[in-house]
Design a protein around this ligand. Sequence first.
Ligand SMILES: C[S@@+](CC[C@H](N)C(=O)[O-])C[C@H]1O[C@@H](n2cnc3c(N)ncnc32)[C@H](O)[C@@H]1O
Length: 508
Amino acid sequence: MTIRKEYGDFQTPVNLANDVISLITARFGVPGAVVEPTCGLGNFLEPAHNAWGNDIAYHGYEINPDYCDSAKRRFKDVGSIKIEQRDFFSTEWQKLLGQPIDRFTLVVGNPPWVTSATLGSLDSSNLPEKSNFQGLRGFDAKTGKANFDIAEWMIIRLVEALPAGGVLAFLCKTATARRALVYFWQEEITVSDESLYRFDSKKFFDVSVDACLLILRKTVKPATYASVYDSMHDPVPVSRFGMQNGELIANLDDYQLYRDLDGLSNYKWRSGVKHDAAQVMELTPCKGGYTNGMGEFVQIEDDFVYPLLKSSDVGNARLIPRKSVIITQSTVGEDTSRVRTLAPRTWAYLEAHAGFLDFRKSSIYRKRPRFSIFGIGEYSFAPWKVAISGLYKELRFVVMAPFGDKPTMVDDTCYFFPCADEEEARFWAGLLNKEDCIRFLHSLVFFDAKRPVNVDVLRRVDFAELARRHGVFEQALQYLRSAGALEGRKQQMLVFEEKEEYRKKDNR
Ligand SMILES: C[S@@+](CC[C@H](N)C(=O)[O-])C[C@H]1O[C@@H](n2cnc3c(N)ncnc32)[C@H](O)[C@@H]1O
């Protein structure tokens, strides 16, 4: 099993490989040469040969000698198919990927779906020589620290080696395909016809990850966007993604429709409370006290305990808090000894669980007051908030009310901005949930990312413009003028000035 994992070894089912070959024929015609760089048993070579016949040279390369032997036996009577044992990483691909006259070279297959970190944990040497992978992560790559994707590395090397007109068709994770494309677009490696055809990786490989067939052509006339198809049988793309003003946009057509909303938010989006010790810091109220994540009964003062909504509550609009959280500080870095003075039982509880708290992995807790938390400031104590979970595909902004006599907190997978009262919170949540705003956000978000929605995306919604689009600009103005008051910095600048500056920078 480990060996299979180390070599990212999942052989492609024949019906999926057949679909790939039919699609290539429909889009590009018959190639002049076919190369499968990590061919395993040769599951692409067979349907390719069935479709295109003996006039073409087929080459399969594979590191695993047993697979090589099986593939050689499989194709022993087919003179046009050659199998060779080779390590991808020590192969000079440029020498192998020549251009047949009048036809194109096709590189097709299914590279290993593993990251260097997984290989590191398996103590595997199935990695490229310590190379400066993608310059950006140069230092980490040299020291072997970077967690890069083997398939991404392979796709990049192959496309660099492909002659103009050559086509690459690889099954991979959609995130891998996207990163490789961004690399080509940024490095100005000329590719065109970029397409992602989604397929059900659970059904074919029993893995739960967003996967696709990535197709592209090496060309002289580049295109800097990719079309996304729901399946290999869909003739029409569902969306296009690509670069715009140097930024990656998830849905270029929707972005064009709603780009007036792209600006700078006047409200400062914040992420929720971070403590990395849910078992200790998060409590469930019960008769006479609380229970913690280890099922222990906890009796502590109320002073530092606040109602809490988790991401799943915010994402599903379950807005009556069922949990509480211990908030040891009111600003980042504040001395926590006041907890000991004001709430000795709370301090004793924290000390009793110091084994968890003092050894939290993240370096942010080092050299900080004991039992520190992050994502905390004056804004956290605003009575009303507008919040969104960063983890859900369905984007929904919710109004968070105080609970009991305390402001409600959210966990660090949620984002929010503070409001002075209910009216202000409802006003903005209503606007943010309008279809144009949601579609604008969708145009910026890749939902296969770990945390699709984040502060960088949210802060691009121009609140003033959103209000203007919905004819409520005058009402918005009263809130916008005082936005920031709850941040403890009062009104620093008018939004409009801020936006002017941004526009100048953006050169639009
Ligand atoms: C996901 S499987 C796909 C196999 C085959 N292309 C198919 O679609 O059925 C990945 C293949 O890559 C091979 N492989 C892994 N590392 C390799 C390397 N460094 N050089 C060549 N092949 C490698 C594995 O042995 C495995 O057969």
